[in-house]
Design a protein around this ligand. Sequence first.
Ligand code: FE2
Length: 164
Amino acid sequence: MEISHFKDMYIAELQELVSVEAQLADALLRMAGAASHPALKRLLIHHRAEAETQGDRLTTILLKHGADPTAHTDQAMQALITETRKMLIILTDDDLRDAGVIASAQKLEHYEMAAYGTAAALAGQLDLRDEQKMLHLSLEEEKRADALLTQLAKGEVNRDAVAA
Ligand SMILES: [Fe+2]
């Protein structure tokens, strides 16, 4: 395949991701509001700040390529966030809702991890090493957030839900 096709795919992937990060930043704030456990609230607020930084990184890269960061709305993320909202309405018990918040946040994180993995691989194929490093940095932040959510899920948050 011609390298210019990879470039088009790369830019489209970044335009999706910048929309994903903006939507996630909003969703994380709502999810933090719905969460009861202080450690979970803190984690969501912290990751929201990371999402904003990650969005800035993507915007920087897109502008460098002369591409519009507002060109795309990621509909898969919209659908995932709608599902999250529906689930949080159903779960009225605090501890169960926390478990639901963690499960939803992990779905969103895994979607982001897949997208960053693809974007970083494309940057590598296009030999855009600095951009690849920036995308890897974001990918590592997503992985860390996901690991912390797993820790919370295995620890006291879900134990509280089981005891409720
Ligand atoms: Fe992110």
